[in-house]
Design a binder for this molecule. Structure first.
Ligand code: FES
Length: 121
């Protein structure tokens, strides 16, 4: 397990999200009040890129652009329907002007549990 540089901090605007590929996974990073959060770039409802969604800084959530499910940036848990499964989250940090994400060799629990697959709802 190691931190991987995924983007320059300048690529990630305050209050925004960015989709990246790292270690063979689609990962989204979001920036809120100077903090960075990393999570699977797959909505657990229908596998849509969450990086296209809208970040709510006050609630610390990201809302999927397709059907409106929202996920907590801290826990990955859905906060409203139509998603019911969590998304994987990853430790993230800012260092040397870049965003770094810690990616385990093994898939995260939400990935193993099929949380990134469509429910077909
Ligand atoms: S694909 Fe995200 S809410 Fe449906």
């Amino acid at each position: 397990m190691a931190f991987v540089r995924v983007a320059a901090l300048s690529q990630l605007p305050e209050g925004g999200a960015l989709g990246v590929e790292a270690a063979g996974r689609r990962i989204a990073v979001a920036r809120v009040d100077g903090e960075v959060y990393a999570f699977a770039d797959n909505c657990s409802h229908r596998d849509f890129p969450l990086s296209h969604g809208e970040v709510d800084a006050a609630a610390r959530t990201i809302t999927c652009e397709w059907h409106g499910a929202a996920f907590c940036l801290l826990t990955g848990e859905p906060t409203c329907a139509p998603a019911f499964r969590p998304i994987a989250i990853y430790p993230a940090k800012v260092e040397d002007g870049a965003v770094w994400v810690e990616i385990a060799d093994e898939p995260a629990p939400a990935e193993k549990a099929g949380g990134l697959r469509s429910l077909g709802i």
